[in-house]
Write a protein that binds this ligand. Structure first.
Ligand SMILES: Cc1cc2nc3c(=O)[nH]c(=O)nc-3n(C[C@H](O)[C@H](O)[C@H](O)COP(=O)(O)O)c2cc1C
Length: 204
């Protein structure tokens, strides 16, 4: 086999196939939600801050639903991100998997759920250890005299925690994918076009 043949067969099947690239991007997200060791399990969520500057923070990707084009994470109702998303639900999510050599930049609109079926299902489907953090006695970003003032009791009040719990569902309307390869990088963008996704290759 010549070097150029070997190079060609080394290329993944999505390399020149936009539809396969789309499936690959979703597959990466779906498995990242289930796999705690995936670097995409903890993407960065960016919202619009009160002064218009972007506010970014790490969150845990809890669920991905390709059928509904949505992703979900959990947070505390008292947090700044909830205030920001209430003000402007548009947001971005950034994830990078170095092993897959893929970056995903997602955009969408967030809906906040704290006392509906979505919140109840998200709460019941979560491990007690991750729910305990919603029992923190003071809201995130409260200025403390002593860091212990925010300590959560060893037997947390789960009713209080439930009141602070919020499931955030982001309905995606844009997915940008970058794949790094020495033979030439690949970049593609899909956006919601009515009920469908419309995609195109972009110059990387
Ligand atoms: C690895 C990691 C995972 C995190 N996951 C979450 C999460 O799922 N939800 C959340 O609200 N905060 C999570 N945080 C904390 C946020 O990054 C952030 O510090 C906190 O939510 C306050 O953000 P805000 O003031 O912008 O609302 C995580 C932090 C790290 C380092």
């Amino acid at each position: 086999m010549s070097n150029s043949d070997r190079k060609a067969t080394d290329l993944p099947d999505f390399y020149n196939d936009l539809e396969k690239a789309f499936t690959t991007a979703w597959g990466l997200l779906v498995s990242a939600a289930k796999d705690r060791s995936s670097p995409m399990h903890t993407p960065v969520l960016a919202t619009s801050g009160p002064d218009g500057a972007a506010e970014a923070r790490t969150v845990v990707l809890r669920h991905v639903c390709e059928e509904q084009n949505s992703i979900r994470f959990h947070t505390d109702r008292r947090s700044s991100k909830v205030v920001q998303l209430n003000h402007d639900p548009r947001c971005s999510v950034l994830a990078y998997d170095p092993e897959a050599r893929m970056q995903l930049r997602l955009r969408g609109s967030a809906s906040l759920h704290h006392d509906d079926d979505i919140a109840n299902a998200a709460w019941s489907g979560s491990q007690a250890s991750s729910l305990a953090c919603y029992a923190q006695p003071v809201a995130a970003a409260t200025i403390l005299t002593d860091p212990q003032d925010a300590a959560i009791e060893s037997a947390p009040d789960l009713e209080f925690a439930r009141g602070n719990f919020c499931a955030v569902v982001i309905a995606l309307d844009r997915i940008e994918w970058v794949y790094l390869h020495h033979a030439g990088h690949r970049r593609a963008l899909w956006h919601r076009d009515g009920q469908d996704w419309a995609g195109a290759w972009l110059a990387p």
